[in-house]
Structure formats: structure tokens, C-alpha cells
Design a protein around this ligand. Structure first.
Ligand SMILES: *[C@@H]1O[C@H](CO)[C@@H](O)[C@H](O)[C@H]1NC(C)=O
Ligand SMILES: *[C@@H]1O[C@H](CO)[C@@H](O)[C@H](O)[C@H]1NC(C)=O
Length: 501
């Protein structure tokens, strides 16, 4: 996807959710209805119905059409079969997960050291953050890890302070601010640390937490000078104002501080590769099992369950058939449209594995059932043509994705291909964004962004063309900026054609 997640594409802005446990069930409801219905019948009628059923079954067995009837007349059973088909297909080869390992404790500490060096460069006294995606990046604690229900009204803060050793090297001193009664819980979070015990400044409920922080050992000798805090962008406003009103100066993120999380480590790259490749493999597995007549909602549930079956957490899943695909993020009325042999299916889906998120998109047609010809389709030639233009735009963008090129140059490369083909006005969004713990991270690939690309940055490249009333198409893969020239594809393989996503 290409804009920050909104209500309709992400249940909760992509935060670590507890969704993995909820298997999406279809069929159960329908079966339950059926049982209730038969329970109401009188014994006499039941006998008549049974006799009729025996006769009909005998006829069907004789004519050999029992399987067909079971397959097509029992939607719940049909859905279960399709679900099984797609999970079985996926599980034939899960080798894309082999190189993904959880991030080790030492890496969290290294991240904070790199941040400390950026802060030192910026002349900042400390970086402040509260539980969220960035806290997860530096301390392995997400917002729901700290507060599963809702974000807490009491500040619980992590501070990263640059400290200079006698040899001149800069490393991170990590400290925390917590309410006294939360101190024990904070220690139990297992935040990776060099220190034997976390350094926690505590405040009592009737104290001013920000004043307590200013007067603490962390800012000894500095409090008269208004220490400067770099505030993470997820930080809630009341905390920023609390800090400002009690003797701190606050500044926003600097490019140097952002570069720390924008530059992915080899361990991060392998997880990003695994989750994104796996998400596409799941889409391919689902596709081979699809038949005409399924609705967008049904295919969404099949894909979600397929992703959950390999231990991924679902984050968003945009499923659009035919004309619905002409709005990049769909609309309010999607869900019920039925699949046909000539519907262009757009699936833009993200999942999470080992804390990292995927974001991929495929546009395809399903295969006609064996022995059936592809139906006449007046839009067929245009579909082939648009598929190819979008593919060529993605290729051009990936070729522009080089060390020291600007973010803008990648967007412009894709746009030039689509403009030259005469469809410029139908490519309505930026070409991509960075990706990591969040599906959408900076830098953003739009034609005004002059940020320079550097090795280790990972991006989506997702050009699209949207033809209102007809269909839309988008191809989205993940790439890494390398030291040596060409960007590296992190999604296994690209799409090959309308019938081979
Ligand atoms: C990070 O947290 C996860 C649970 O959220 C845990 O399984 C993992 O071991 C932690 N990693 C480290 C290095 O502590
Ligand atoms: C990119 O720019 C930096 C300095 O700005 C330079 O050190 C580096 O060699 C450049 N890389 C390439 C591939 O040109």
C-alpha cells in the first residue's frame, strides 16, 4: 500500500495485534443455521424428507453427479475445501522462512549506540520515546506489550542519552521514567540492556513526572540549561507539552536519527525477505485454488487463514475484484463482489512475522477450470497492455533505486514509463515507501522527496494504473538499496503475467 494505513485497510494502524489467534470461520454459521432449522421439524416430515433424500442420492450416485452437487451446492463445504487447498499448497514449501531469526539482544543495544552517535552529532541531550513501534525497535517492547487495552495516561518513557568515553567514543546510556508502582513491571519486560539492572527514575502518583525527570540524576548539572530532548514522532502530545512546560526543550527527529532505523541490518533484511516472500507465496497458493463465484470477503478470509497457518499475524488485506480495483484502496461497498474468469483481482496485503511487516500487491486473473475456454472479454487486450506498462514502470523504478539517488528519482522513473504510455493521469499515488517494523516508514518515494538513498534502506515499489468503471492494476515488491549498484529484490520473484502473479 502506498499511504499511511487508514481505518479501512488496517484495523489498528498496524500495531502488534492479537489477531493471530482468531481463525476466520466461514461455514460454521451456515451449518449451525441448518441444524436449528431441521430441529424444528416434526418427526413425520423428517421421515418423508429422509426417504426423498435416499432416492435422490441413489439417482445422483447412478448418474455420477454426486461429487458435483456436493462441491457446488454446499457453499460452506466448498469454502472449506478451497481453504484446505490453499493451506496445503502453501505448506508444500516453507523454505522462505529458513533464514529469518529473531533479533538478538546485542542488536538492540547496538541500535541505541548508533542513535547515541546521531544525538551527539545533533547536540541533543537525550532521545525520548514511549511504548510503540520505535520503542519496539530500540527496546523490544511494543505499545500492546506494555498496555494491551489502551495507551496509558501515565508517562512510561525510555531515554537514550549519548555518553562520551575517555577515548572519545560515544555510546548510549539508556534510562527510564516510570511510576513507582510500575517499576517492577518495567524491570520484568526483559528490555535488552548492558546494565545488570535497568536505570529507572521513579515518580509517585502525586508528583509531577516531568519535573521529577528534570531533577533526576540523569540531568545533573544540566537542568539550568534546559536540556534538549529529541521527541519520537509517536509520542503523545500531552507528554511533549509536559516536558516543555517543566524545563525541557524539545526538538523533532533529525535526518541522522531517522537514518538509524532506516538502515536495516542483515538480520532485519532476512526477516523482511521472509515475511514479504511468504506473503506473496501465500497469495499464489490461494490463487491456484480459486473458482468463479467467490466473493471478495470469502477470498479475504481464505488468504487471512492461509497467512495465519504459517504463524504470520494479519495486518491488512485489501481484496478488490474488477471495477472495485479502480480505487487504489477500495471503497466502502467492497466485499460482496463475485469473482469471474475475467475479473482482474487486486490483492494488497500485509502480515507480520518476528516483528516485521510485509506489504505486497498482485494483480491477476484466475485460471479457467480444466477444459473450459477463457471467455470472450472486450477488455482483454487492454488488461494485457496495462499489466505490462505497470510492470515496466516497476522495473524502471527498481533500476533507479541506487545509492545516492534521491527518493524522488525512483518515483519519477516509474512515472516516466506510465506517462510515456499515455496513462500518466491514472497513476494517482506515490510509487512507494520504506518498510520495516511498520508497513509504512520514511523515507517516502514521491517526486518531491530529495532524501538520498543509502545502502540498507528497504522500500516498496508499487506503481499502478486505475481505470474507473473498468479495473485497476498494481504490482508491489520490496527492494533493498545495495552498496554495489542494483537494488536487491526481497520478495523471491516478481510477477510474470496476468496468469502468473
Ligand atoms: C523480544 O520480545 C519477544 C516477545 O515479544 C521475545 O520473544 C524475544 O525473546 C525478545 N528478544 C530479546 C532479544 O529479548
Ligand atoms: C555516495 O555519497 C557518499 C558521500 O556523500 C560517498 O562516500 C559514497 O561513495 C557515494 N556512493 C556512491 C555509490 O557513489
Amino acid at each position: 500500500m502506498f499511504i499511511l494505513p487508514e481505518a479501512h485497510d488496517s484495523p489498528k494502524d498496524g500495531q502488534q495485534q492479537n489477531m493471530a489467534a482468531t481463525k476466520v470461520g466461514f461455514g460454521e454459521a451456515a451449518l449451525f443455521e441448518k441444524q436449528r432449522y431441521s430441529a424444528k421439524r416434526s418427526p413425520g416430515r423428517v421421515i418423508h424428507v429422509l426417504i426423498a433424500a435416499v432416492i435422490i442420492t441413489a439417482l445422483l450416485v447412478k448418474t455420477g453427479s454426486l461429487g458435483t452437487v456436493l462441491g457446488h451446492r454446499n457453499p460452506a463445504k466448498q469454502l472449506k475445501n478451497i481453504q484446505k487447498c490453499s493451506i496445503d499448497t502453501l505448506h508444500k514449501d516453507l523454505s522462505f522462512l529458513d533464514n529469518a531469526r529473531p533479533i538478538q539482544a546485542a542488536e538492540f543495544i547496538q541500535r541505541r549506540d548508533r542513535l547515541a552517535r546521531a544525538l551527539d552529532q545533533n547536540g541533543v541531550d537525550a532521545f525520548v520515546l514511549e511504548p510503540g513501534f520505535t520503542f519496539q525497535y530500540y527496546g523490544n517492547v511494543s505499545q500492546p506489550d506494555w498496555e494491551p487495552g489502551e495507551a496509558e495516561e501515565r508517562p512510561f518513557l525510555m531515554l537514550v542519552l549519548p555518553q562520551r568515553a575517555s577515548d572519545g567514543s560515544v555510546s548510549a546510556k539508556t534510562a527510564f521514567l516510570a511510576a513507582h508502582f510500575e517499576e517492577g513491571r518495567a524491570r520484568m519486560l526483559g528490555i535488552p540492556s548492558r546494565d545488570e539492572e535497568l536505570d529507572i527514575v521513579i515518580w509517585e502518583e502525586h508528583w509531577n513526572p516531568y519535573k521529577t525527570l528534570l531533577e533526576s540524576r540523569l540531568f545533573a548539572g544540566k537542568k539550568e540549561k534546559q536540556p534538549t530532548l529529541m521527541v519520537e514522532e509517536e509520542m503523545r502530545d500531552f507528554i511533549v507539552r509536559g516536558l516543555q512546560n517543566n524545563g525541557f526543550k524539545t526538538v523533532g527527529l533529525s535526518p541522522e536519527a531517522e537514518l538509524v532505523h532506516q538502515t536495516k541490518s542483515p538480520a532485519e533484511i532476512e526477516i523482511i525477505r521472509a515475511v514479504n516472500t511468504g506473503t506473496i507465496v501465500a497469495v499464489r497458493a490461494v490463487r491456484t485454488c480459486l473458482v468463479p463465484g467467490l466473493t471478495e470477503d470469502e477470498v479475504t478470509a481464505i488468504l487471512d487463514n492461509t497467512l495465519l497457518s504459517m504463524g504470520f499475524v494479519t495486518v491488512f488485506n485489501i481484496m478488490l475484484f474488477g471495477e472495485h480495483g479502480a480505487l487504489p484502496h477500495g471503497g466502502f461497498v467492497t466485499g460482496g463482489k463475485k469473482l469471474t474468469l475475467d475479473s482482474v483481482v487486486i490483492i494488497d496485503v500485509g502480515a507480520r512475522y518476528l516483528g516485521y511487516t510485509s506489504d505486497i500487491c498482485r494483480s491477476f486473473l484466475i485460471d479457467p477450470p480444466k477444459g473450459r475456454r477463457v471467455p470472450e472479454d472486450p477488455l482483454r487486450a487492454e488488461k494485457e497492455k496495462i499489466w505490462r506498462i505497470v510492470f515496466d514502470a516497476q522495473t524502471a523504478a527498481s533500476e533507479a533505486m541506487r545509492w545516492n539517488n534521491t527518493a524522488a528519482s525512483v518515483d519519477i522513473a516509474a512515472r516516466s514509463v506510465i506517462d510515456a504510455a499515455g496513462y500518466g493521469e491514472f497513476f494517482t499515488h506515490r510509487v512507494g515507501h520504506s518498510i520495516g517494523i511498520k508497513a509504512h516508514e520514511s523515507p517516502y518515494l514521491n517526486k518531491w522527496n530529495t532524501v538520498k538513498l543509502s545502502p540498507g534502506m528497504t522500500f516498496t515499489i508499487e506503481p499502478g494504473i486505475y481505470l474507473e468503471g473498468k479495473f485497476g492494476m498494481r504490482h508491489e515488491d520490496i527492494y533493498r538499496v545495495t552498496e554495489t549498484g542494483d537494488a536487491e529484490l526481497l520478495t523471491g520473484r516478481r510477477a510474470r503475467g496476468l496468469y502468473d502473479p
